[in-house]
Design a protein around this ligand. Sequence first.
Ligand code: SF4
Length: 400
Amino acid sequence: MRASLYVHAPFCRAKCRYCAFFSAPTGPAGPAPGELSRYLTALEAEMDAQAAAFGRVSAPTLFFGGGTPSLLGQDALARIFAALRQRFELLPDAEATLEANPESATPELLAAARALGVNRLSLGVQSLDDALLARLGRPHDAAQARAAFAAARAAGFANIGLDLIFGLPGQGVEHWLDTLRQAIGLGPEHLSCYGLTIEPGTPLAGDEAALSALPDEDAQAEMFLRGSELLRAAGYTHYEISNFARPGRQCRHNLSCWRGEDVLAFGPAAVSTMGVSTRGVSPVGVSAMAAGAGRTRWANPADLAAWEALVLSGQAGQAGCDVLDDATQAREALMLALRTAEGLDVAAHARRFGVDVPARHAALLEQLERAGLAELSGGRLCLTTEGMLVSNSVIRALAF
Ligand code: SF4
């Protein structure tokens, strides 16, 4: 059985002011030894359970996300790699990505990660403006981000992605474009550019001064469109709404998720989507095939202690497990495909799900094409860059 692997590292040095992801703040020293050891033991127990259900899965990609995976340290990374390799097969040309934050991406950690087989680094830079980084509560400055990038190259990483955020408080269009020019100057193979979202309950959501300084909708739209234009002119392909890559350097792990391929995920808050197990055992202990369903999805608790208790009691994957019916799969496939530049293969979609999207939405598609928001050509339905800007409403209209 083939599936991408994902490992969620649940620790962060401090909580960034905008962040609603699940992670536990540890302070500058990283996770305490006991806490780290409990996490690793639970991770191995979860791998055991899924290897029992799905067999020796062959993985074309492996992704360490978080949280801050670089905060785990080299010994923990080595233990996780050993545990994965014992139970699963990392294919010889597998893409193995490590998310890293500049303050914990030390030369020693980067060298150890390379030696373990990590061949792609995703560096959380977010901004190259120290005042904005402080406002976001990031635990590093721009100089540390540049130093981490240089250290990654020195460690032998030939495939580095930078994560950036636009639409920050007080940021203008030119400031964002200047950030992009500086980032391009570093020479990364990949850039992820996300518009800032204000998540309820985060410190930023209660910061009136920051909220009143947010760029308006028009400015954010201009940042997206002109940013895309700038990156394309610099040789990057805009291959997904928020992602740009040099030719051949698209993130294979994310592409496989957007194509709806199987993902087996470990750690708190990790989400798996898998076809029926080769052993006839689904994560809920009932054969999904017997129930007439092709795929299951389960989300681990977004709580370290609850996840540890669950997997150590032998119930990995039993919480929140859904069987995906055909209608849900069809809708998801369309929504995910339209986020990407390769778009939706309409004939393949019709064959697989019995849904002829151009026929079902003929009038809407004509409107979208006339407005320059979507294109149907060569059997593929894609959003234009302008369409990506309003992707949520366009995709919703086509998917329901
Ligand atoms: S480092 Fe990433 S996951 Fe951790 S708190 Fe900051 S944004 Fe959230």
